[in-house]
Design a protein around this ligand. Structure first.
Ligand code: HEM
Ligand code: CU
Length: 494
């Protein structure tokens, strides 16, 4: 019996999202799938342009880069939050209208962002580093930058509202965020109970995302004021700190959100509970605190930063990353080992995500090492590490969840054991690995990141990467089409 069904017996479990919640989750995930493919296409085009196979004028390349980065981070957040909402709603009573409001704000924000980039020509990347939006050297005007920044703000407000609603639910059901994180139990307080893993991960994600979004909103508003009133200036180093506090935290949180699928579903598949142990709670407590303060690893080359912040960033990057990975990775292995687990697309993709996340953190931590960063900074090593855990960690979590919610129910014709699905999953994993390896290898050869034009000597790697990227895009298209075609099952269930 799983922990969750035990809780159900005890009667203290909401039964998952209500009808409206399911509709909004379906809308979010359908959007996630389609936007994902579109953004991948932009990525393929950029990589092919770097390899000299197609011509993208640099202004268009940087617009693609901006849209790809912003779009991918935004869609990772939308997908992650939908997965987390689904599982959180098994434990909390949530107001589904909030998820709908976020969906609408998201779409409005995306239209503004696309207008800012493709009409207003803004191409200052998703990190909108101050004072770039206002100082473009004629590449774009105030309008383009304004709609981009404002659109980002609208998307952020939508996500913030969702976080506040889940936070409210956690407080109402568990009596506070600290309790939902299991801190009283961790410290052995009398009468404290251990919250289920899904609740712990949700509490952590909601807390750090809320702080990140508030930071993001502040710096976006300040940047907009600077744009409209140029005499209002910021300290660029302060601005960079806030931007990376926001950017680092939000993209990391998307994985912490989506990992709820692993915690909830592997026990269902194996019939073994995922118990909340003290090491588990301690690891999540460490990450909750540390993920918020390690962002200076993005500023290791900023000589004006105080040295101690850099030393902290390096040390805490190491100590932040590994504990949660270890409790999750080992936990998953322990649950799966000799369990007679039924391997299907959902469980297979979730298991792949464990590999992608764990392996991808290694090049990340290497880059957070000061002596290495002084060589690797601004090379393709950087997109190499984050594509690793996003493409092979986060995305398989989202895709696995998409397969799972659209699986055959009792009333459906059962899914045939589909060999084409498995082949496609193998192609996705292998070509994804090839694609990120080309980024990492190029980075190790000091090929700079964010360059529209590459030297002839680098192009062989760019071209190899382009072939892998096309295969990834093809496999992802298959996953998304499968999901969209089976979506009515999810809406009809229950
Ligand atoms: C087929 C899949 C993908 C391809 C072909 C692709 C390609 C690219 C390329 C060529 C770049 C620019 C690298 C450079 O600096 O020269 C890039 C940057 C980036 N990609 Fe991807 N990507 C893919 C998937 C993803 C996914 C799944 C995510 C996140 C969920 C993602 C997030 C990003 C981000 C955040 C950047 C940084 C943008 C910047 O430097 O401002 N990508 N990608
Ligand atoms: Cu970071």
């Amino acid at each position: 019996m799983t922990t969750e069904s035990a809780m159900e017996k005890a009667g203290n479990r909401a039964l998952g999202p209500d009808r409206a919640g399911r509709i909004w989750i379906a809308a979010n995930l359908a959007t996630t799938g389609i936007v994902l493919l579109l953004m991948m296409l932009f990525g393929v085009l950029m990589r092919m342009a770097q390899g000299g196979w197609i011509t993208l004028y640099p202004d268009l390349f940087y617009q693609f880069l901006t849209v790809h980065g912003t779009g991918m981070v935004g869609i990772a957040a939308l997908g992650g939050i939908s997965v987390m909402w689904y599982f959180a709603a098994r434990h909390l009573r949530l107001h589904s209208a909030v998820l709908g409001a976020n969906f609408v704000l998201f779409l409005i924000g995306v239209v503004m962002i696309l207008g800012g980039v493709f009409v207003g020509q803004f191409s200052g990347a998703w990190t909108f580093l101050y004072p770039l939006p206002a100082v473009s050297g004629g590449a774009w005007g105030v309008q383009g930058a304004f709609w981009f920044l404002f659109g980002l703000l609208v998307v952020g407000v939508g996500l913030l509202v969702v976080c506040l609603e889940i936070g409210r639910g956690l407080i109402a059901t568990h009596g506070g965020i600290a309790r939902a994180l299991g801190w009283p139990y961790l410290f052995g307080m009398a009468g404290a109970v251990a919250p289920p893993p899904v609740v712990v991960a949700t509490a952590m994600s909601v807390l750090v995302t809320t702080l990140a979004l508030i930071g993001g909103a502040i710096i976006l508003v300040l940047s907009i004021v600077n744009l409209l009133v140029p005499s209002f200036v910021l300290d660029p180093l302060f601005a960079k700190n806030v931007i990376y506090f926001f950017g680092h935290t939000i993209i990391n949180a998307t994985i912490y959100m989506a990992v709820t699928a692993v915690y909830a579903l592997l026990p269902d598949y194996t019939g073994r509970p995922w118990k909340t142990s003290r090491p588990f709670l301690a690891a999540w407590m460490g990450s909750t605190l540390m993920v918020l303060v390690i962002f200076p690893h993005h500023l290791l080359m900023d000589f004006a930063m105080p040295t101690w912040t850099m030393v902290f960033a390096q040390v805490l990057s190491y100590t932040n990353s590994f504990p949660v990975l270890i409790v999750t990775g080992l936990g998953a292995l322990a649950i799966v080992h000799r369990s007679g687990i039924r391997w299907d697309m959902a469980s297979g993709l979730l298991f792949l995500s464990m590999f992608g996340w764990m392996a991808g953190v290694v090049p990340a931590v290497i880059d957070a090492t000061i002596v290495i960063n002084s060589v690797m900074h601004n090379t393709l090593w950087v997109p190499g590490h984050f594509h690793f855990y996003l493409l092979l960690g986060l995305l398989p979590m989202l895709m696995g969840f998409m397969y799972w919610i659209t699986r055959a129910r009792d009333s459906d014709r059962p899914d045939l054991p589909d060999r084409s699905d498995r082949w496609i999953a193998a192609i996705y994993a292998a070509s994804g690995l090839g694609f990120v390896t080309m980024f990492l290898y190029s980075g190790a050869q000091s090929v700079p990141r964010r360059w529209a034009e590459h030297l002839a000597e680098w192009m062989a790697w760019d071209r190899t990467a382009s072939v892998f990227a096309l295969l990834v895009l093809g496999a992802a298209t298959w996953f998304v089409l499968r999901f969209l075609m089976r979506l009515p099952r999810f809406l009809a269930a229950d």
